[in-house]
Design a protein around this ligand. Sequence first.
Ligand code: ZN
Length: 460
Amino acid sequence: MSSPTNSNSSTTTIVPDAVLGPIGYHAHSCGYCKSKAERRSSSRGSSGSPSYYASSKYLTPKFYEDLICRGWRRSGTLLYKPDLRNACCPHYTLRLDAPAFKATKDQRQAQNRFNHYILGDEYIKETAKLHPKSKAEAARYKQTFDLCERVHESELSYLQEPTKPAHEFAVTLDPDTFTEEKYLLYENYQRIVHKEGPDDISRHGFRNFLCSSKIKRSTTIVDGKEKKLGSYHQCYRLDGRLVAIGVLDLLPNAISAVYFMYHEDLHTWSPGKLSALRETALAIEQGCRWYMMGFYIHGCTKMKYKADYHPQYILDPEKYTWDLLDDDLKLRMDARRYVSLSSEKARGIPAPTKEEAEAAAASRSPPPTNDGDDLNLLSQNMPGALTADELEAFDLGSLLRPYGRGAVIRFSDIDGWEGYPEPGDGRTDGEPVIKQALGDLVAVVGTELAGRLVVDFAQR
Ligand SMILES: [Zn+2]
């Protein structure tokens, strides 16, 4: 690529870990509880689910992993970090310790039942005759549930000749590109499982939401083993037909599950469990410590299953440390809408008893509401965000370093900046807000990540 020709003070083109476009702090409707405030008023910004948003143009897998570890997540190319304190349904970040994972009876049964269906009685009987297991091996198989062994057990490429299984089952990691076959599966899933109407399901929507992420794909060799990084579609094929897709981000230390969709024909086989087990196994095989199942909303029935995978850790929204999701933490979350364990511990707040938690939950105040007029990030006291003082030391101009084709704006050309606004200042119509936009972004990503990214306003 040719060198940049803009007149920025720095002429060195750098290779950033991320190119982002700040969007800002916005509240929108919460799809989980449909809060009363939301039902009362449909006016923009009147809702219980505020987040800070940014668009992504380029991300290394490592940078995205670091963002997740600060409470961020992506939806297509859109990145967002929910404000947990001001939410009706706080979105906690989860991660499962994959090598330490022990499947529950339900989970083991789902995998074994599916394997049996794929292999069929005849294959199982004939193979036991042709390739008998030693006594020790048979005993080990019966007494232990080796996750990686079991998830591959019925896959065609793992089977022993010459007996044919009842069904052919294959799983591949494919690039997250659009194909018509994938779209037809998505259409079936959204229509049958999510009960969406034809107006809500489109190729364009599928493309934007689940294809062509901005996380760079690559393959490296680590300890003699192939390690894939970036965004992929894990495609499940049954008798040659695409029946399920796990949309996954493969990161240096984690597999992050973006979405999972399956054909209605698969429903009877507990596909959600099968995919979680397979993705946990993939984490182990890729040499990753963590399997990330996305956000967790405590008390949300649809998300309860995530807590059935142990040991599960929750990201502290203020200190960005990880706490085991145990009974102590669950009781705190039963009692209080927003929990930062580090902050509760620092203030010496003990976990409530079950009775105390139930009483506290019953008398809890309604979710906070934003009226949409005051959505200045700093005035929201968003957990984990930097304060104005902490921001002062950061050189906002560094975010506009030239990269690739060159920066789109010179920091010195931005007028009207007299320092970061005080909390509660709010924005005035027509005021140049670029510096504030940069400041907000740094406040939410933190200075370490801010030093590794550049901003491009041209992308949206
Ligand atoms: Zn809600």
